[in-house]
Design a protein around this ligand. Structure first.
Ligand code: CMP
Length: 225
């Protein structure tokens, strides 16, 4: 297990090494298998999670019942912070798309920690993402270009998170099904499939199961604009 990945999370960024270690050691480790649901949208929650390894997807149901994929997070990233300081219903469902190890920090634990280390509170508030708790109103579909460009855009995000340089190009082991990829870009499975097939024919990408090798990053970048 690579502790360094967790210790590099923004949560710890401004703490000194001893403080970081103590807080980290008080966090509970959780192992998830692919497909496990950690929590569901609407459930009460008061814990924050830091990813040590694997991938976590965050999804929200839209009014028409469709699942929107908000984000795929990887090692060193955090989620669940909305309920950490403000315990309440989870604003999204979190599940693992690959075998994952995550660390949990509870609200009570955090309060106790802050009482002992008041100076850390200020840093913590700066380190956590400023994401407003969404209102119950449905989230509008993400405005993305139509057609093949839809397929190009999210992979840039996935590629910076999960990309691995190879001789041929960047290999992105996204671990997502086609359905999940489509939910991530807010397009239909057919559109995403068609875009990927089109890119493959042009020699811009090569598909390998739940991974894709980005062979021509320049063209993909241009297409995503
Ligand atoms: P919480 O509401 O506690 O549980 C679900 C988590 O998903 C939430 O905290 C945030 O950490 C995360 N989250 C909510 N909305 C988004 C979003 N639009 N993009 C990325 N992550 C989100």
């Amino acid at each position: 297990m690579d502790d360094d990945v967790v210790l590099s999370a923004p949560l710890f960024a401004t703490m000194d090494a001893d403080e970081t270690r103590t807080l980290f050691e008080s966090m509970q480790q959780i192992e998830l298998s692919r497909g496990d649901v950690l929590f569901r949208e609407g459930e009460p929650g008061d814990r924050l999670y830091v990813i040590a390894s694997g991938k976590i997807k965050l999804g929200r149901r839209s009014n028409d019942g469709r699942e929107n994929l908000l984000s795929i997070l990887g090692p060193g990233e955090m989620f669940g912070e909305l309920s950490l300081f403000d315990p309440g219903p989870r604003t999204a469902t979190a599940s693992s798309v690959a075998d994952s190890v995550i660390y949990e920090l509870g609200h009570d634990q955090l309060v106790e920690w802050i009482e002992k280390h008041p100076s850390v509170a200020k840093h913590l508030l700066n380190a956590l993402p400023r994401r407003p708790r969404p209102t119950p109103a449905p989230r509008p579909a993400r405005a993305l270009p139509d057609g093949p460009a839809r397929g190009a855009q999210p992979r840039r995000d996935l590629s910076t998170r999960f990309g691995e340089e190879t001789d041929e190009g960047i290999r992105v082991a996204h671990d997502l099904t086609q359905e999940e990829l489509a939910q991530l870009v807010g397009a239909s499975r057919e559109t995403v499939n068609k875009a990927l097939a089109d890119f493959a024919t042009r020699g811009w990408v090569r598909r390998e199961g739940r991974a894709v090798v980005l062979l021509d990053m320049d063209r993909l970048e241009r297409r995503a604009r």
